[in-house]
Design a binder for this molecule. Structure first.
Ligand code: FES
Length: 378
């Protein structure tokens, strides 16, 4: 065997099976570098003398980040599972706590990921050896020798990073990663943990402010900018070919500022009342024949794509437009989508005119309002 066939590791560059079997992990790791034409120019451990105060300090600072990640992950889990998330209207008891649900869940989850990432980066910066290597490029699949040596090289690299003798970091990183993984797992099975359909037909996602309660009449009102100024809607108020935004109102709410404010601000309250031009041809959806009153049709204003207000009405084409992603719904065909990403018609509100000549809702929507994914549990 010539000299050139042996590398600095002292073994043949193409060892026999016996030689391979008897090589130490360090030899295999070095052989891996040689086989890959990698030349290590410089390799310097960060803490050549183990156990110094500086090393312990560095170790603690890394573990601290993993501990922060674990604590934030636990806080995320706690908030996700126990924080009240059921919808509360402005002014209702528990509204402030409800509005904090998303920020708290987002912040704790974000901090958990951030601290975990910083911990990993800090560990690499503080403990990985400084190394400069140069490798010649070569092509082709790896043979058995290469595969064995690469595994050894990785193990050797792990040893060089001194992770094996740093139980504090290993344990804290393990706890942080475990809690983080648990959080991801909980999020993946979220509907089993926090059931948004709790309550069956009365679940918050199925009902809106238009739902009749105790047989009380639900009127259509307009928003004048003053919550306790009640302006009910009558057919003669509206021109043919126009649209008006309407909200639910009950007589029992008169004088009750909170309830009136709630009726106007509740996310699923706004509906658009459209008056088609006389003689306009209309296609009704199965089961919704009686939902309109003459030329008047009422549809939810909440876009079925992602929930923006679909509030632009083009009277010439009778299209309702959502400005967010340009979905278009045709008012003469039960507001079915005809353009853009929305895949579901805008829910139609059943309306009529009462004996006093005011518009009233005869019931709640018969399908979920808003983005289609809300219906996936049905
Ligand atoms: S939210 Fe209306 S088109 Fe996207």
């Amino acid at each position: 065997m010539t000299i050139s066939e042996r590398g600095p590791s002292g073994v043949s560059r193409t060892p026999t099976p016996d030689e391979l079997e008897n090589m130490s992990r360090e030899q295999l790791a070095r052989l891996a570098s040689e086989l890959d034409d990698v030349e290590v120019i410089h390799n310097q451990r960060k803490f050549p003398i183990p156990g110094t105060r500086a090393e312990r300090r560095a170790e603690r600072s890394v573990a601290l980040w993993f501990a922060v990640s674990a604590i934030a992950g636990l806080a995320f889990l706690g908030a996700f599972v126990f924080w009240p998330f059921d919808y509360r209207a402005p002014g209702e008891a528990g509204y402030e706590v409800y509005t904090l649900y998303t920020p708290v869940v987002g912040l704790t989850f974000g901090l958990s990921v951030l601290a975990l990432g910083i911990g990993v980066v800090a560990y690499v910066k503080k403990f990985f050896p400084d190394e400069v290597s140069v490798q010649q490029r070569h092509d082709g699949a790896s043979d058995e020798v290469s595969r064995r040596t690469v595994v050894a090289q990785l193990a050797q690299a792990g040893q060089d990073t001194t992770i094996g003798r740093r139980p504090l970091i290993v344990r804290s990183a393990g706890v942080a990663a475990g809690v983080f993984g648990l959080g991801l797992g909980i999020a993946a099975i979220a509907p089993l943990v926090r059931d948004p359909w709790k309550g069956g037909d009365d679940a918050a996602l199925w009902t809106t402010g238009w739902r009749p309660v105790g047989g009380e009449t639900v009127y259509l009102r307009r928003d004048t900018g003053i919550p306790d100024e009640i302006s009910l809607v009558r057919p003669e108020d509206q021109d043919a070919g126009s649209m008006e935004t309407v909200f639910p109102f009950r007589e029992s709410e008169r004088g009750d500022e909170e309830a009136l404010f709630h009726g106007l601000r509740r996310a699923d309250s706004p509906a658009m009342l459209i008056r088609l031009r006389p003689g306009t041809e209309v296609v009704h959806r199965d089961g919704q024949d009686g939902f309109h009153f003459g030329d008047f049709y009422a549809y939810s204003k909440v876009c079925t794509h992602l929930g923006c207000p679909a509030s632009l009405y083009e009277s010439q084409t009778q299209r309702i437009l959502c400005p967010c992603h340009q979905s278009q719904f045709i008012a003469t065909e039960y507001a079915k989508p005809v353009f853009g990403p929305a895949a579901r018609p805008l829910p139609q509100l059943p309306i009529t005119v009462n004996d006093e000549g005011y518009f009233v809702a005869t019931g709640d929507y018969v399908e979920a309002v808003g983005p289609s994914f809300w219906e996936l549990g049905s």
